[in-house]
Design a protein around this ligand. Structure first.
Ligand SMILES: *Cc1c(COP(=O)(O)O)cnc(C)c1O
Length: 391
């Protein structure tokens, strides 16, 4: 950063030093220390503001610290934070009802993160079919625990941790015949992101998802959609599956579910469900988490954020396609899940935008990922494009 070190809050140096000393160094972090946020803006400890096009990686869909969600969390925290799943709670039952409504599925299971949702989906697929194997797509990302890591494509993530649940089951994305060829007698499920997130915002054709559905039907294979990144309005529908009309057998959700409060779930269609004792999570569906998610769903409805995601996404993509930035290979996405593919690694651009007050991130090395809160304004989008043009 260009700023003189004396302009820094004491929190800046000490936080970075403590991290270096006490936190496992598994993250490559940018040198800012964030301390507050509202709407589509976050602020660092030195008072600098940033338009947040990362949004916790497609998490803060209703913006930072939305007053409705803050109030709901406060109110629930004063009543009951956690009890065991040995007992019923009102928020969990209410959230389950809401999720069944917005997913069109039959029942849900609650957990706390994306990878846990994928683990649950894999276990449910195995226990439902009595089969062991999975087919996944090249450039997929499904998480970092042993099961979800097994169906995650990147070798640098997988190789140090072998043996995994299954080796090598990856087929080219957006190619239905590759899936048909890969399914065997032992295949429990095909797992697909309806738009690949970490893999570079890869948008398949609706027809692909429809054909995968019919291949799964013909072969008696379950279809899992990993909607961890694409859910809760991100792509301009409640869930990305709704663009294609394809109904999976099991779907995962997390990221934006609690709008920042850690939370995940799977939903399954009629006839597919865990039975007593087959799975559990201590914190899954805690009253506090469910209150946070209920508030978020209410805000998405009340503020028309699904439609807004579609409109602002179209505006953003249009502005990006017409901006003057060298080396843009492709601009793609749906709703406010947008990728700008460059002909070079995007690390320098991300750094330069950060210094000019815009947070972006880079995925798949050459793809700038743009996933702001769904409440982002046209003025903020214009400001982001201006910064990109100067970068
Ligand atoms: C982020 C992500 C996950 C993993 O979620 P975590 O909460 O980080 O475990 C799984 N699947 C997809 C599609 C994701 O984008």
């Amino acid at each position: 950063m260009t700023e003189n070190a004396t302009s820094r809050s004491p929190d800046y140096e000490s936080t970075i030093q403590k991290d270096a000393k006490y936190v496992m160094q598994n993250y490559g972090r940018y040198n800012i220390v964030l301390s507050s946020g509202s709407g589509s803006v976050v602020r660092d400890v030195d008072g600098r503001e940033y338009i947040d096009c990362v949004a916790g990686i497609a998490v803060n869909n209703i913006g930072h610290c939305h007053p409705k969600q803050v109030a709901a969390i406060k109110e629930q925290a004063e009543k009951l934070i956690h009890v065991s799943n040995l007992y019923y709670t009102v928020p969990q039952a209410e959230l389950a009802e809401q999720l069944v409504k917005i997913t069109g599925m039959s029942r849900v299971f609650f957990c706390n993160s994306g990878t846990e949702a994928v683990e649950a989906a894999m276990k449910l697929a195995r226990v439902t079919t009595g089969k062991t194997d999975f087919v996944a797509a090249e450039h997929s990302f499904h998480g970092r625990t042993m099961g979800s890591l097994s169906v995650t494509y990147k070798e640098v993530y997988r190789n140090p941790f072998k043996p995994l649940v299954q080796e090598e089951m990856f087929v080219p994305f957006n190619d239905p015949s590759a899936i048909a060829d890969a399914i065997t007698r032992n295949t429990a499920a095909v797992i697909i992101e309806p738009i690949q997130g970490e893999g570079g915002i890869n948008v398949p054709s609706d027809k692909y998802l429809q054909e995968v559905r019919s291949i799964c039907d013909d072969t008696g294979t379950l279809l899992i959609f990993d909607e961890v990144q694409t859910g809760f309005g991100r792509t301009g529908k409640w869930f990305c599956k709704d663009h294609s009309g394809v109904k999976p057998d099991i779907m995962t959700m997390a990221k934006a579910m609690g709008a920042g409060f850690p939370m995940g779930a799977i939903a399954a269609r009629e006839g597919i469900s865990f039975e007593r004792g087959q799975h559990a999570a201590t914190f899954g569906g805690s009253p506090l988490a469910c209150a946070a998610a209920l508030a978020s769903i209410e805000v998405i409805r009340e503020e028309g954020l699904i439609d807004r995601s579609k409109r602002m996404g179209a505006y953003f993509i249009d502005r990006l396609r017409n901006m003057s930035l060298e080396g843009v290979v492709d601009v793609r996405g749906r709703g406010l899940m947008i990728g700008v593919e460059l002909d070079r690694k995007c690390g320098d651009i991300v750094e330069s935008c950060m210094q000019k007050g815009v947070l972006l991130n880079c995925t798949s090395e050459k793809v700038l990922r743009i996933a702001p809160p769904l409440i982002i304004t046209k003025e903020q989008i214009d400001a982001v494009v201006d910064v990109l043009e100067q970068a």
